[in-house]
Design a protein. Structure first.
Length: 474
């Protein structure tokens, strides 16, 4: 690949990152504002389910073109097709009633609600809730204000500030409970269980099915069990699965073949390695393969590569008259432990922590601050993703926490998250956005709904007819 193509790929990845960031911000919020309160959880959870299906399907496409000459071109090119289809589809979608109302287009908000609700009673109830959440004074104050002014007003608003604390906590925990770490090690886990490298790569792609199963359960349970119980249960079981996953790697280490203590076969390069939480001495085959440029043969750790030792005389001859070289993965009779806990992790993660943080963040913020608050929580999620992705290889190295130590760290963070969310996260099942706002209020304010409704009725008659005609034509 020449430098010209490399620069194009980097530019494309940057643009793709911007696009995905905007999509992950707007899609859950759009679905939540268009859905009935009784169906909001299921519909936003389906967004997470189909996003996971897309990742699975993309993995299959990548696998098909992995061995094709310049197959990366097909991978990137084919990915543009669903994006183009979605772009065409979105041209025919209306703005949400909440956004139209906040923009002063009250009659348009009623028209959109009438097109997506079955009864006039539903329309009346929802438009009244929107009217209660906004006043004409607040609406005019918001227009023309700077971003920093909006942020300051949002942080001074106690219900929004409390909701933002819950929303950002959920986004942080979604990343810090280690989904990227588990998915990164998927192929290695299958190799530890005895599958060859090619089979492990394909199986790691199908691992997404476990998470999809969890998300299907989430869609089925979110409107019956509720958000709070699913998130707390999911995060608790995630912590247990991570504890077990770390234990499986530790068992894989101590159950691998031990290093012989005979001084005749000591290789100084492979004798030890830098370590923070263990002594660093090469005691098992597992330790040996953690050192770059070392392999295991008949009880000793010597320099070599995947094909064999650099010096065959360094390997002792076994009873068979030859030596057995291990350059990639040590034999592990307990490898299925890792597979079990990985599948368990992905299922229980999908049930709660996979999609529900997006759902909760799309429904807990007041209308006047919703877009800005969702933007902040979405940015928190991606920052957490960046932190975990950029630090995991370092943290999981033998020189820092080791693989099993890093999983135990994520398990501890998950347990801490359970305790924290238990005290700060309310249940929002079946509630309107305005009822959720009152949950986060210090005290419920008594509002004269009739007075607000009459004020908004007067404003509807004063709407710019040109705006209405433009909207109806569109």
């Amino acid at each position: 690949m020449n430098s010209r193509w490399y620069g194009s790929i980097i530019l494309g990845e940057i643009l793709l990152g911007f696009g995905i960031g905007i999509e992950s911000l707007t899609s859950p919020m759009y679905i939540a504002e268009m859905a009935r309160p009784s169906e909001r959880g299921r519909l936003v959870s389906m967004y997470a389910l189909f996003m996971c299906f897309g990742q699975f399907f993309a993995g299959i496409i990548d696998g098909i073109f992995a061995d094709v000459h310049e197959g990366w071109r097909y991978m990137f090119g084919l990915a543009s097709i669903p994006g183009f289809v979605m772009f065409i589809g979105f041209l025919f979608l209306p703005e949400t009633p909440a956004w139209l109302a906040s923009d002063g287009q009250f009659a348009s908000a009623v028209l959109v609600l009438s097109s997506i609700r079955e009864t006039e009673e539903e329309v009346e109830s929802e438009i009244t809730d929107i009217r209660v959440s906004l006043s004409s004074e607040e609406l005019h104050e918001e227009r023309g204000t700077t971003l920093m002014t909006k942020v300051w007003k949002m942080l001074r608003h106690s219900p929004t500030r409390k909701a933002l604390l819950v929303g950002c906590s959920l986004m942080v925990m979604q990343q810090f409970c280690g989904p990227n770490a588990v998915l990164y090690y998927a192929a290695s886990i299958y190799e530890m269980s005895g599958f060859n490298e090619t089979t492990s790569i394909w199986l790691s792609g199908f691992t997404s099915i476990s998470q999809m199963l969890g998300l299907v359960l989430s869609v089925m349970l979110v409107e019956t069990a509720g958000r709070r119980i699913l998130i707390l249960s999911s995060l608790t079981l995630v912590a247990i699965a991570l504890l077990g996953l770390g234990m499986s790697f530790y068992i894989g280490r101590i159950s691998s073949a031990p290093i012989a203590t005979s001084a005749n076969f000591i290789d100084d390069h492979c004798l030890s390695q830098p370590a923070l939480v263990w002594d660093g001495v090469t005691a098992y085959c597992y330790d040996c393969l953690q050192i770059k440029g070392c392999g295991f043969c008949n009880g000793v750790c010597v320099q070599g590569d995947e094909s064999g030792p650099f010096d065959t005389s360094a390997c002792p001859i076994g009873e068979s008259g030859s030596f057995e070289w291990v350059g990639t993965t040590c034999a592990n009779p307990h490898g299925w432990y890792s597979v079990f806990f990985m599948v368990m992790y992905l299922i229980v993660f999908g049930v709660g922590m996979g999609g529900l943080p997006w759902l909760v963040n799309s429904e807990i913020y007041p209308l006047k601050h919703r877009s800005l608050a969702v933007s902040i929580s979405t940015a928190t999620n991606w920052i957490g993703n960046l932190i975990v992705s950029s630090t995991f290889l370092t943290i999981s190295s033998p020189a820092v926490l080791t693989t099993y130590g890093s999983f135990w760290m994520y398990s501890l963070l998950s347990f801490i998250g359970v305790v924290w969310l238990y005290f700060v996260m309310p249940e929002t099942k079946g509630l309107s956005h305005e009822e959720i706002e009152r949950i986060f209020s210090r005290k419920e304010e008594k509002t004269n709904v009739c007075e607000i409704s009459s004020t908004w009725t007067l404003e509807v008659t004063e709407i710019d007819e040109e705006k209405e005609n433009e909207y109806n034509t569109r």
